[in-house]
Write a protein that binds this ligand. Structure first.
Ligand code: 3PY
Ligand code: MG
Length: 254
């Protein structure tokens, strides 16, 4: 399952991932049973810790699906650890400099590209691989995306995209809306955010790399899919639960 993400990306169609912030591993497993291409676990704003990632990855893999993990800000060592556990991809928030992007690569790619330390116990067990097989494929197969979600990052998006070993970028529209409005408010669907998204998409295509984006509502997911983003992470487990509850209560109203 760890290498399934790379195989799906190679089909060059937008992949759609569920977004999970709840710490119960079963939640990730439930979402993996639906027609998502992947499940993303959010360790930045979600309530998920390493142990839950460890437990969720096999439940997602049981459905033949890859797990992507968004690590906390600056948690490059955690990125290494979740890859060892069998994660197929990393989304790293608040990458605002070339130095940040290089550090991210150092922790997530083996030499000669980076400095990732050897020890992928979970990844080997999960995939039934011998060490040389994982080592040979991991640098190419593991998707490492740097989050571009500040004006500072946007200003140097070409330089971030040029970092060797980085597979691409992932846009956080909410944080981007805060920075682009000068702190006036949060609106992930603001026109200036859409403009920045189009720019980032064009620059990523020019660089021959991958671009992901977070969609807080279904309409935005559909828009991003139609624009050809490579990886669209959508909504959240909490939102799915809320929508289900409201649908039930709406049907009972009156
Ligand atoms: C953002 O929109 O800022 C994100 O980080 C998406 O979760
Ligand atoms: Mg953000």
């Amino acid at each position: 399952a760890t290498f399934r993400l790379a195989e799906r990306l190679a089909e060059n169609r937008p992949l759609v991932s569920a977004w999970c912030g709840m710490p119960t591993p079963e939640t990730a497993g439930l979402l993996a049973a639906e027609a998502f291409d992947a499940v993303t676990l959010d360790m930045q704003h979600g309530a998920i810790d390493f142990r839950e990632v460890l437990q969720a990855i096999p439940l997602v893999a049981a459905h033949g699906k890859p797990t992507v993990v968004r690590v906390p800000v600056g948690a490059f060592a955690t990125a290494s650890r979740v890859l060892d556990a069998g994660a197929a991809g990393i989304i790293a928030p608040m990458i605002n400099s070339v130095a940040d992007a290089r550090a991210l690569v150092a922790y997530t790619k083996f030499p000669p590209v980076g400095e990732r330390s050897w020890g992928p116990a979970g990844a080997l067990a999960l995939n039934g691989l011998q060490p040389p097989q994982y080592f040979q494929r991991a640098n190419d197969a593991v998707m490492v995306l740097a989050m571009v979600e500040t004006r500072a990052a946007l200003d140097i998006v070409d330089e971030i995209l040029a970092v060797d070993g980085l597979d691409g970028i992932f846009i956080g529209p909410a944080d981007l809306s805060i920075t682009l409005s000068g702190g006036a408010g949060v609106n992930p669907a603001a026109p200036e955010v859409d403009e920045a998204l189009d720019h980032a998409l064009a620059r990523t295509r020019a660089a021959g790399k991958r671009i992901g984006v977070y969609a807080h509502i279904p309409e935005r997911a559909a828009l991003f899919k139609s624009k050809g983003f490579d990886f669209v992470a959508a909504s959240s487990d909490a939102n799915f639960m809320r929508a289900g509850a409201r649908a039930l209560l709406g049907g009972l109203a009156g």
